[in-house]
Design a protein around this ligand. Structure first.
Ligand code: OOB
Length: 539
């Protein structure tokens, strides 16, 4: 099931190594240079980051964590995220990268799948009580022996350890092979079941080093991490790992809003930032009143969802630096527009594959290649693309072809220069602000609620979010559905906030396709029409 990494086109300066060794190498190469700065101005050099991580790794080893164990990291963009991530890699433990905005249902399902030994949480953030969640998870998941909190020592108990207070004697180096799993990433999902993506040391190292080279990263650069660092885009495409590989500086921000992020750009002379399109739009609009000096910016990368050409142009005009489109997937394949592409290519296309060894097929419904220039489903296979999800034989049978191509579910076409243009998708997924939500999962969660007969979820084009989640509910009787009641019930049931529908509509008669299936295209039209008549319906 592992991708073939034997022939990765590495350059000699990027000699592949297990991820657990990278930080030590970076500390040797870049010692006193600044690796990390947070929004309050705290700085850590590479040497300091390495020291802290060694210390914590020893503590984790002393607490019983061993190479090959799994540990869930559920942290916002703080130093604690980096301490946890690198210390786990150092011990040889495989981090399971949860998103900070995931809530009980997601975390529970991921734990059932990954069976982690440890769970890394922040101190309470906002209204969410991570400690209570962790205790509930411990009661439910036998594998979970240790909770590590990035917070105050006063929270320490027998089962909860404090990240920076962990102690132990020197941690042994684990034996690792390039083909071993280094990290488990989250998949966007098209079913009600969560899926995890096993990325190996070899393929992930290639992911960020080759990306960093392609994107012109160097030791003078300053990367602002505003999107969650647990996501493949921010983590390794080329993201924070690409920045570290080159000896640059990462500025972390827990917030992505322009009034908090833009002053950081001015203050730390940020050169690179990665955004999703809805955020890019807010940043363009924000420039009407936010006047921080952004002249240090050299490159804005936009990916995760379709960037409209109009917004792409506005970004270039308003922010005034280079733009790069990134069409990627946690499963592997990364496409980038090149820095020296003509402006039209950068604005109109989603770029071309990172590796000359990436294979891309564009196929029709019968898996036959479509004529050049026509749209079809993107299938891909390559040196850093997975050949199967973690412990998911049934899903693997439908997500991969027999000869190992990943079925992306994206509808793309290729222009004469080999650049891909994402036209849409065939997978049952909603792309809300770059976050991927399975319609099946939302439908299942809602159909369990009292008074609901059947539910159908669709992604509806939305000015602010790119797509919003609209759910049509057929009630059990003739009463209409109370949207507020549904939202509260979903939240109370532990559904992650970003999955709670934005628009909820009652329906008594489904529009049907010729094949007598619910016609979701017509539902999208109905959702748009109802929202225009009663804009309060979406909130
Ligand atoms: C990134 O990764 P995921 O795993 O969250 O989502 C992958 C899916 C793609 O299959 C596609 O449907 C969509 O997100 N997508 C785009 C896109 N980039 C991703 N759709 C249109 N235009 C784009 N530029 O989203 C991801 C991973 C690494 C780098 C960048 C994005």
């Amino acid at each position: 099931m592992k991708a073939d990494i034997s022939e990765l086109p590495m350059s000699t300066c990027d000699k592949p190594m297990p991820l657990g060794h990278c930080l030590a190498q970076w500390a040797r190469n870049y010692g006193d240079r600044i690796a990390l700065i947070n929004e309050t101005g705290q700085c850590l050099s590479y040497a300091q980051l390495h020291d802290r991580v060694e210390h914590i790794a020893s503590g984790l080893h002393a607490a019983g964590l061993r190479a090959g164990d799994h540990a869930m990291v559920h942290m916002p963009n703080t130093f604690g995220f980096f301490y946890s991530f690198f210390a786990l890699l150092r011990v040889g433990v495989i981090p399971v990268m949860a998103m900070p905005n995931q809530r009980e249902q997601d975390i529970d399902a991921l734990m059932a799948l990954a069976q982690p030994t440890a769970y890394f949480i922040p101190d309470d953030v906002g209204e969410h009580d991570y400690l209570t969640l962790a205790q509930r998870m411990q009661a439910r998941h036998e594998s979970l022996r240790l909770v590590v909190m990035d917070g105050d020592v006063e929270h320490e108990t027998r089962n909860v350890q404090i990240l920076t207070a962990l102690k132990g004697s020197a941690c042994p180096w684990p034996e690792q092979d390039g083909r071993d799993t280094a990290v488990l990433l989250l998949s966007g999902g098209t079913t009600g079941m969560p899926k995890l993506i096993p990325r190996t040391h070899g393929d992930y190292f290639y992911n960020f080093t080759a990306s960093a080279r392609l994107c012109g990263f160097d030791r003078e650069m300053v990367f602002l991490a505003v999107l969650p660092a647990a996501h493949n885009f921010t983590l390794a495409s080329p993201g924070v790992l690409g920045t570290f590989q080159c000896g640059g500086t990462v500025v972390t921000s827990v917030s992505a809003s322009c009034d908090e992020a833009m002053p950081l750009i001015e203050k730390y002379k940020v050169t690179h930032v990665a955004l999703v399109p809805p955020l890019a739009k807010l940043w363009v609009e924000g420039r009407e009143w936010e006047d921080s000096d952004l002249s240090s910016l050299k490159l804005i990368q936009v990916g995760g969802a379709r960037l409209e050409a109009g917004l792409a142009r506005q970004l270039v005009d308003v922010i005034g630096c280079k733009l790069q489109q990134v069409f990627g997937m946690a499963e592997g394949l990364l496409c980038y527009t090149r820095l020296d592409d003509p402006l039209n290519t950068i604005i109109q296309t989603q770029g071309r594959p990172l590796s000359p060894k990436d294979e891309v097929r564009i196929v029709d419904e019968d898996d036959h290649d479509v004529p050049e220039g026509q749209a079809g489903q993107l299938l891909t296979r390559g040196p850093y693309t997975i050949r199967g999800y973690f412990r998911a034989p049934v899903q693997n049978a439908s997500s991969f072809t027999e000869d190992g191509f990943y079925r992306s579910g994206d509808l793309v076409r290729r222009d004469a220069n080999g650049n891909l243009i994402v036209e849409g998708r065939i997978k049952e997924q909603i792309n809300r602000c770059g976050e991927k939500i399975s319609t099946a999962e939302i439908e299942e969660a809602i159909s369990l609620l009292h008074g609901v007969h059947v539910a159908a979820a669709v992604g509806v084009p939305d000015e602010l979010l790119g797509e919003r989640i609209c759910v049509f509910i057929k009630p059990e009787g003739s009463q209409t559905i109370d949207p507020l009641h549904i939202k509260t019930a979903l939240r109370e049931g532990g559904l992650s906030d970003y999955k709670v529908p934005d628009q909820i509509e009652t329906i008594f008669e489904w529009p049907l396709t010729a094949a007598k299936k619910v016609d979701k295209r017509r539902l999208v039209a109905v959702a748009l029409q109802r929202a225009s008549v009663s804009p309060d319906a979406k909130s």
